[in-house]
Ligand binder design. Sequence first.
Ligand SMILES: [Cu+2]
Length: 514
Amino acid sequence: MPKKTFLLVALFLFPTMCLAHVGSPDVYFDGYAGPYHLLVTIRPPSVVPGVAQIQVRCVCNDISQVEILPLRLSGRGSQFSPTPDVAQRSSADPQVFSGNLWIMVRGGWKVQINAEGQQGKGELAVPVSAVSLTSAGMKKSLGALLLLLGICLVAGMVSIIGAANRDASLEPRQSPSFDQRQRGKVGMIITAALIALALYGESKWWGVEASADAEKSYKIPHVESSLAGDVLQLHLANPNARTQASGKEMRWNDDEQIQLGDLVPDHGHLMHLFLVRTPDMKSFWHLHPEPAGTGDFAGSLPSIPPGHYRIFADIVHATGFPETEIGEIDLPAVSGKPAGADDAGVADLSASEKVSQLTDGYRMVWERPDSAPLKSKQPILFRFRMEDRNGKAATGLENYMGMAGHAVFMRTDGQVFAHVHPAGSVSMAATQLARGENPAKEMDMTMSGMHGMDGTAPAQAMSSSSAAGPSGLPSAEVTFPFGFSQPGEYRIFVQIKRAGHVETGSFVAHVVDN
Ligand SMILES: [Cu+2]
């Protein structure tokens, strides 16, 4: 196969995905570029190199220009900025700007957004990570077409060489002699042999390239879990570690490598562990096991009811690359106590379409437009309002791990899972890296025994659009920017903290194909 065709085909072979979560590749982000409140949606490319689609919507009316540019999240590449592209202003909505950016290699990226308007200039950096998830095979029809064209080329080449050797020195209307025919045949045989040799060599080379790339494609890690007493022990897998299985040095850049020894805390914890009992999804737990050696975590479970639980373990690497390790476990009835102040959950949640009952007669209300169906692949700002038993806006709300709220969007079959915050669907650690801050600094504090401080230090960095009251504490409303990647039946778990107690709301969402 000629090199050009190879490159062209290779381009279509490796769909990519951003892995903040499971099955939910798009990035939804809520933040400020200076004075401008922006809602950003990034759809990572389906192939790398490929084009990411960026949409910026200003919750304002005085923005005149938006520029976008892609940068590496960390490492040397993050300092060399290309010339920004000017995003196109929508004719339907003058505060919506969109554009496309090339993502050239795999790994952690950020999209820098420069907004300009009546209040001057502002900048915002949104992290995106792109890796290849699968190597898709070539389409059968394309393969058949290429094979047919290849046969034509080979046959043409062989017959041209044959004819040239046989007929080149003939006069018009003269027939070839026996010798000339022989020379033609020999020419054809030699040509066919050379082409066969070349094809064999190229197919070998193709196989090596394809297997090297297949090794680079991302495999979702599966966490191993076991219960000892009331302690849940977790052993993380790293199927994406640098390997040399094919005997060939992998072409990883340093910041593309995935190792388990480089985890950084994401909003105060090295691991956010979610346990959801299936299929009823009534028992939901958000826990924070502590590290027990590289790749090992352990934490005592609170009192939780028995059943089959799905496990989602969120971790973030020093490169800003987030991973969710998935697993399953059958648990007996456990009667433990929560290990940490941030561990919380509910044993018997009842999900609702609109109003979720909290303790003390308080309620969480999903403020959604009635009758409008939820569609996949659409940015939505989810709003939840907390009410007291008289229906008045709840007071006494506090930050929970530095933020007004934490939400989990999960499809009931477990194939889609996203841990989302008021600032969006990206990890807080990656957001800090995108801003040029160092999430590992927070780890030093964690290590020196200051953990459980409720993320006070990073709270500033994680502040978001969810309006804070005059005291800097969250108001009675919490918002999450998110979009469903696929249609289906979903459960939304929303966690907030009030009067020193973490509350969990549960909502059902039916999402139709867009
Ligand atoms: Cu969270």
